[in-house]
Design a protein around this ligand. Structure first.
Ligand code: PMP
Length: 376
């Protein structure tokens, strides 16, 4: 038994997702490209999942491409758009706090000759849409901005920024990595002003290895993976029907309760913050108006990794900063003004609506003990 407070890294697949995957690996195991009945049945199961996922972001099935996860979706979005539109327009504008799957891809594009402009938050740790508009110009092909930051829960001004940028430069293609917002904050692609969005299954109680890319109708994108022309030729390779079905099942389940869960998780966040506010030396790095699902704190100068393993010894699992970087400190906290000792002792607690107050109380007690017992 353990207390799992690392849901921004990955979530437990829900029973509906597991069952759906099992069905697609036992009875309904055909190749969706096959012309016989088994193929058609697999195709129908996949269509059903695609429709649910499309509907959950306010679009039609034809605009959703399945990928192996958000890392691939982000790569496909950035590389596929810059190949399709980047001959004349050579600049890409991004926020300075993107996930590595965006940031590293931007660095690769920079090496191949694109100019990358990374916009930072201001002194107050907040992003302003005007700064992105100012960074864009006639030479800009693409603007990418994540919706919710995975390390701090900061909610980026995506809608305001995309709308203002498009008002001035309608040609610029907009992309948002919506991984940490999906199924947590209600949004629709059109209202967001996004031409492309990236989604990941395993952050929303589906298995790992499945993601999606929304591509607005009419936007051209060149494939990264070529072959049998599955997924409209944008992403070749036999689709993982079990994972796609599981993704559809989890979204079908959680899409019904985004608002209720948001309220519940907000109450849990308040409960936790109240509880740890009395602990000497603990400071909160997440903004008050951030996503309640991600709470970043600094623990009194105690090194993150040491505290993480101390908590682990109490059967409580959290993350130090971003779990994707495997303990390596990313520059993201520094961008938000969290530096030095506060960055070295940062912990990320990421919860779900199933997290209980008593689990959070146990975490707070263990944190208090850790601060007392860990030297240095
Ligand atoms: N973007 C963000 C904001 C993330 O948090 C993650 C997962 N850590 C990813 C992209 C990558 O997603 P995946 O694991 O599906 O490749």
């Amino acid at each position: 038994m353990f207390i799992y407070l690392d849901n921004a890294s990955t979530t437990k697949p829900c029973p509906e997702a597991v069952q759906s995957a099992v069905e697609a690996m036992t009875g309904n195991f055909g190749n969706p490209s096959s012309l016989h009945r088994a193929g058609l049945d697999a195709q129908l199961a996949m269509d059903k999942a695609r429709k649910i996922i499309a509907g959950s972001v306010g679009t039609e099935s034809g605009n959703i491409i399945f990928t192996s996860g958000a890392t691939e979706s982000n790569n496909l979005a950035l590389r596929g758009i810059s190949s399709a539109y980047g001959r004349k327009r050579r600049k890409i504008v991004a926020s300075s706090v993107e996930h590595a799957s965006v940031d590293e891809t931007l660095s690769a594009l920079e090496k191949s000759g694109f100019e990358i402009v990374r916009v930072s938050p201001r002194e107050d740790g907040r992003f302003y849409s005007a700064d992105f508009v100012n960074a864009c110009d006639e030479n800009t092909v693409m603007l990418t901005m994540m919706y919710v930051n995975n390390e701090t829960g900061y909610i980026m001004p995506v809608k305001e920024t995309f709308t203002s940028v498009k008002r001035k430069y309608p040609e610029i293609i907009t992309h948002s990595d919506c991984v940490q917002a999906y199924m947590k904050i209600p949004f629709r692609v059109t209202a967001l002003g996004a031409d492309l969005i990236s989604l990941s299954g395993h952050k929303v109680h589906a298995p790992k290895g499945i993601g999606a890319l929304y591509i607005k109708k009419g936007i051209r994108i060149l494939p990264e993976v070529t072959g049998g022309k599955q997924e409209k030729g944008i992403r070749s390779g036999t689709e993982s029907v079990p994972l796609i079905c599981a993704f559809g099942a989890s979204v079908g389940k959680y899409n019904q309760s985004i608002k209720e869960r948001f309220e519940k998780v907000s109450a849990l966040k308040s409960h936790l913050l109240e509880n740890i506010s009395g602990i000497d030396g603990v400071s909160v790095n997440s903004p008050d108006d951030g996503s309640p699902y991600v709470i970043n704190i600094s623990a009194s100068g105690k090194r993150s990794e040491i505290m993480l393993h101390y908590l682990e010894s109490r059967n409580i699992y959290v993350s130090s900063g971003s779990a994707c970087s495997k303990g390596q400190q990313s520059g993201v906290l520094g961008e938000f003004g969290i530096k030095g000792k506060n960055a070295d002792s940062a912990l990320r607690i990421s919860i779900t609506a199933e997290t209980t107050e008593s689990e959070l109380d146990e975490f707070a007690n263990a944190l208090r003990d850790g601060i007392k017992n860990i030297r240095g």
